[in-house]
Ligand binder design. Structure first.
Ligand code: AHG
Ligand code: MN
Ligand code: MN
Length: 345
């Protein structure tokens, strides 16, 4: 019997009895995101050939120098969602404000996105990714009311709601599409010849515990001392009560959150980007980096925290607000929180 290839559309169709929305407007948006990321996978791999490496000559709202691929990725993603009449607004790392799409009166969804994550890797062929999340555009009390979504509606949805779907795409040695609508986390690998994402990682579960941590340890001297003690507990060559006989953890850090997150999701461990004296609230952005990935990791049995608050409970005040991020296996993230609260260490 040949291996049954399950495409994204077939995967949605097979779930239609339980998740009708996957063969409706929600499935259509996720399919369009997948389409855009197929294009992005190609463009990322040929950036040097197309003259799309290097800086674009401007900075984004969080002060990051925009790379040409940041700007191009944002354009490709918005282009794929325009004209559908399903996405009313896009909140993007690369746009100062929420972008209201044309002709979207009554459109049910808002997209949050980091169109290209890991931009420091674009010119050295390192791994990069796309992060996305989908929210209901209208508040519960006004769902079904046909109205034009304005910026304040979109921000209200992002502030008050949980994502209805979230995921990421890793442009690494393979192009991997991972998504959840809150009922399991599923991974697909791009078959370039077919031009299809095929199911390769059904029902991903994040291991309860791992052996790897990911952090930019060049900032370690500047971290909360209780966090330095946590890292000491993971890396001390001498066994300790926090490692229950396990060897010291290894360090893996790629400079692209999506790449480090994907490895952590599959193999376990913890990714951490804490606050420090330079970045009082950390570097990563709550709306389009931390929250979508927290939704994915929690639905795979993992945990995601700002260090003291669950990421998905972190109050959102502004579109580009930063937040410290501790994400991965439930065991390590919980232990990290205990060190930070003084319960351990
Ligand atoms: P982006 O390219 O979207 O700005 O994200 C970069 C982020 C994240 O991908 C990565 O984990 C982190 O920046 C790396 O930061 P450092 O270079 O400070 O380690
Ligand atoms: Mn990013
Ligand atoms: Mn980015």
């Amino acid at each position: 019997m040949p291996h049954r290839s399950v495409s994204l559309n077939r995967h949605f169709f097979e779930q239609r009895m339980v998740h009708r929305e996957l063969v409706g407007q929600l499935g259509a948006v996720i399919t369009q995101i997948a389409f855009a990321t197929k294009r992005l996978s190609l463009e990322v791999s040929r950036a040097a050939l197309a003259g799309r490496t290097g800086a674009a000559g401007a900075s984004n709202a969080t002060g990051d120098v925009q790379k040409k691929l940041d700007v191009y990725s944002n354009e490709i993603l918005i282009d794929a969602l325009s004209g559908l009449g399903i996405v009313a607004a896009v909140a993007s790392e690369e746009l100062d404000h929420v972008h209201i799409l044309d002709n979207t009166v009554g459109a049910p969804y808002v997209l949050v996105t980091d169109p290209l994550d890991g931009s420091s890797n674009t010119d050295n062929s390192g791994s990069v990714g796309t992060i996305w999340g989908i929210y209901d555009a209208a508040a519960p009390e006004s769902r079904g009311v046909i109205k034009k979504i304005e910026t304040e509606d979109a921000m209200a949805s992002i502030k008050n709601g949980m994502p209805v779907a979230a995921g990421y795409v890793l442009y690494g040695s393979g192009t991997i599409f991972v998504y959840t609508i809150g009922d399991g986390v599923h991974g697909f690998t791009l078959d370039r010849e077919l031009g299809e994402f095929l199911l390769t990682h059904p029902n991903i579960r994040c291991p309860e515990k791992g052996k790897i941590y990911a952090a930019n340890v060049s900032r370690q001297h500047d971290w909360d001392p209780r966090l330095q003690k946590f890292l000491q507990a993971l890396t001390d060559p001498k066994p300790n009560k926090y490692r229950s006989g396990q060897k010291a953890y290894s360090l893996r850090y790629s400079g692209a959150l999506v790449a480090d997150l994907h490895r952590t999701l599959l193999e376990g461990g913890i990714f951490l980007y804490p606050s420090d004296s330079e970045s009082k609230n950390g570097k990563l952005r709550q709306v389009y980096e931390c929250a979508p990935l927290a939704f994915v990791v929690e639905n795979a049995g993992g945990r995601a925290s700002s260090g003291s608050v669950r990421v998905l409970d972190t109050p959102v005040h502004t579109l580009h607000q930063r937040s410290p991020l501790f994400i991965g296996s439930a065991s390590e993230v919980a232990l990290c929180e205990q060190f930070l609260s003084g319960e351990a260490g």
